[in-house]
Design a protein around this ligand. Structure first.
Ligand SMILES: Nc1ncnc2c1ncn2[C@@H]1O[C@H](COP(=O)(O)OP(=O)(O)OP(=O)(O)O)[C@@H](O)[C@H]1O
Ligand SMILES: [Mg+2]
Length: 466
């Protein structure tokens, strides 16, 4: 006997005892699990209590006809495949059953081999349908946090981290390339903490000349330096009881680094030119697009300060590593701009979406935002087309594969998603040197799924192993 195949449970509904017993034995010998019902009513009850992968149902039964039972199945579990079994001579009813959603039919007495082939085919088709459905659901899942939206597993992880640490009062270091949403994360941290009633205070450290940054952060006493005509409160004091966001932290000079270290360690500092030691309860969140670890190794950033800042790191992935976010982000941003400016929300042609998904986005979401803003100005007729993309970027964003106007939108989008999926897999393989374990973990699917997807795209992972 074959090993039981737990992946498939088949329900047989038939009032013919001999047929039930024979078919059950036959299918169980193939390794499937089989449940039987004597009539449609019993079948309905079983359907409500168990999940089946396939139904074999008689067409002509006592009280409830096979057609009525089929209709019940299609209404309650529309994706569940049904094979109708019909006595000789009722082919026309079998055809009607097919029209009502049956997948196939068999005539009694059944040829065992034919029955097994049809069952196997139906189970495989059902499995494929479910996988496709699951994939579609996965593609439609969106994550959001504050004003951030995403469809990528990586960003989901980021949102989870933000949620976890928001109220924890620890120092957070947000790293990521320019335009990836670092400031948005910093704000989300503040507005999801118990400090949110107080104003969020932000300082862009790179925008303030080196000699003024210290006074900006810690304040100064009157006469502390030329131009200090009166006492001034610094940002640490202003953010007492609240959150202080120090943006571009990689750009601060060594003198300020030391003073920052002290306030992080002891919560204490003096205003520039002052003797009084002040104590504050300020939660510090910092961000940078520079590689602080490398700066630390080169001696440009204090190691002790780095560890103080990096108590809880959050790293934002670049947009090119989450291209699946582009349609969602575009929709979200277009809606936001329209809310601000009025008018109707524009949509993007599939061609524009393809182009966008073929682009590398060095400026990340900020670049996407700018592109959409400019395209909105150019667009006419409620739709943004490739022609509305600014000259400069349409030369970077190749206008992509021309959309065939005869292709239904659904098919076109699924082609795009397929392409994106392939690109994503190739990038993963390159980046992780063909390590399927690691890739599966990052993709949040099991290894089998990764292998299957790769084979669907005729990708051979071993070519990427070094
Ligand atoms: N996940 C997201 N969902 C919606 N909008 C986003 C998302 N991430 C970023 N944005 C938008 O993209 C723009 C850039 O984000 P933000 O200013 O937070 O990035 P940044 O990493 O601080 O950039 P920079 O390094 O240039 O300062 C903002 O207008 C922000 O609203
Ligand atoms: Mg920023």
């Amino acid at each position: 006997m074959t090993q039981p195949n737990p992946e498939a449970t088949i329900l047989i509904v038939d009032d013919d005892h001999a047929f039930r017993v024979a078919t059950q034995t036959l299918l169980e010998d193939e390794g499937w699990r089989v449940v039987v019902a004597k009539n449609g009513d019993e079948g309905v009850i079983l359907l409500g209590t168990e999940d089946f992968d396939l139904i074999l149902s008689d067409l002509v039964m006592g009280r409830m006809s096979g057609i009525a039972f089929l209709q019940h199945v299609k209404e309650t579990v529309p994706d569940l495949p049904v094979i109708m079994v019909t006595g000789f001579g009722s082919i026309s009813t079998a055809v009607e059953a097919m029209r009502k959603g049956a997948l196939d039919y068999l005539t009694k007495p059944c040829n065992n081999e034919e029955l097994i082939i049809k069952v196997r085919k139906a189970l495989e088709a059902g499995k494929k349908d479910r996988e496709l459905k699951h994939l579609r659901e996965e593609l439609n899942t969106t994550y959001s946090f504050g004003s951030m939206v995403s469809r990528s597993a990586k960003m989901k992880e980021v949102f989870e981290k933000v949620r976890k640490v928001a109220d924890a009062d620890v120092t957070v270091l947000i790293q990521g390339a320019s335009g990836t949403g670092k400031e948005l994360v910093a704000r989300a941290l503040h507005f999801n903490s118990n400090r949110k009633p107080k104003p969020f205070v932000a300082v862009n450290c790179s925008a303030i000349p080196e000699n003024l940054l210290e006074s900006e952060l810690f304040g100064h006493e009157r006469g502390a330096f030329t131009g200090a005509i009166k006492q001034r409160i610094g940002k640490f004091e202003e953010a007492n009881g609240s959150t202080l966001f120090l943006d571009e932290i990689g750009d601060i000079a060594p003198a300020v680094q030391s003073k920052l270290l002290r306030v992080l360690q002891e919560r204490k500092f003096e205003r520039v030119g002052g003797n009084t030691t002040l104590e504050v309860n300020t939660r510090v969140v910092t961000a940078t697009n520079r590689n602080l670890e490398m700066m630390m190794r080169d001696g440009d950033f204090r190691e002790d300060l780095f560890y103080r800042l990096n108590v809880f790191p959050i790293v934002l992935p670049p947009l090119r590593d989450r291209l699946e976010d582009i349609p969602l982000l575009s929709e979200h941003l277009l809606k936001r701009f329209t809310d601000l400016a009025g008018g109707t929300v524009l949509s993007l042609t599939p061609e524009v979406i393809t182009s966008m998904m073929n682009y590398d986005w060095p400026g990340n979401i900020r670049e996407l935002e700018n592109l959409l803003k400019r395209a909105m100005i150019n667009a006419t007729g409620g739709v943004i087309t490739a022609l509305d993309l600014p000259q400069s970027s349409s030369s970077v964003i190749e206008t992509g594969a021309g959309a065939d106007p005869n292709t239904p939108f659904k098919d076109y989008i699924s082609t795009i998603l397929r392409d994106a999926e392939k690109k994503y897999l190739l990038r993963m393989l390159e980046k992780h040197k063909g390590n399927i374990n690691q890739i599966a973990k990052l993709m949040e699917v099991d290894r089998k799924t990764v292998y299957r997807k790769m084979s669907e795209h005729s990708i051979n992972p071993s070519e990427y192993r070094s």
